[in-house]
Ligand binder design. Sequence first.
Ligand SMILES: [Zn+2]
Ligand SMILES: [Zn+2]
Length: 286
Amino acid sequence: MPNPASPDKNTRSASTPPPLPEPLAVPVADSHTHLDMQEPSVGEALSAAASVGVTTVIQVGCDLERSRWAAGMAAEWDSVWAAVALHPNEAPRLAAEGGAARLDEALAGIEKLAALPQVLAVGETGLDYFRTGEEGVAEQQRSFREHIALAKRLDKALVIHDRDAHADVLRILGEEGAPERTVFHCYSGDAEMAELCASKGWFMSFAGNVTFKNAQQLRDALAVAPPELVLVETDAPFLTPAPYRGRPNAPYLVPVTLRAMAETKGMTEDALAGHVAANTARAFGY
Ligand SMILES: [Zn+2]
Ligand SMILES: [Zn+2]
């Protein structure tokens, strides 16, 4: 890939990585990324990130094979921790392919990985009513419940993916009882839901979409979220922050999002980064 520090203006296009931002003075973690879906090698991605003060990344696996890969990367690299799960869109896919038994088999594989010391979280799990239709909802919900139970059994953090499913995510969390450390990744609720999450002590991880022009609702939520519960993430390669929307995302772009978040919260960049660094360590237990 081209060096992110020196994008060639003449060939700048949708596929050109954005330039390296100014480094953060206070190092933070990217609480949610998918290095396996990004173009540069893991080593390149981590060194670009570290060069701007993003010194830790949580690598998230979305199916059994990618979760195995995430655990492997976390074993290999000091700055990487892993989260493992069957993504809410993966669970109904497995069930459609091989029935409940196929889903159970994959869940057993996730449980083995989740027990590893370098795996700090079970996730991303949850509900996604945007991509999964009516026919997949029952297995998706069952999978979510199984992942919640697993996080509690192993005392790992729970990383929730909630897309167009706030009410059911909150209902099921309530019914099952949330694990002690629960993170809403790519937080997408409104301010009222942020207040509810805050009252429960749940972490809210904000992604690049908090910088989007049409995302005032997210900024309103961030504004009321206590600094002690706020995390930052890229969810890379997705959700590249403004002004680089549409170009490839990567952990080294965390400072762009964090700076926009500090502005929304009326805090200095260093003060917010200090909170985020401590919060991420507390949420994931490293
Ligand atoms: Zn997600
Ligand atoms: Zn993700």
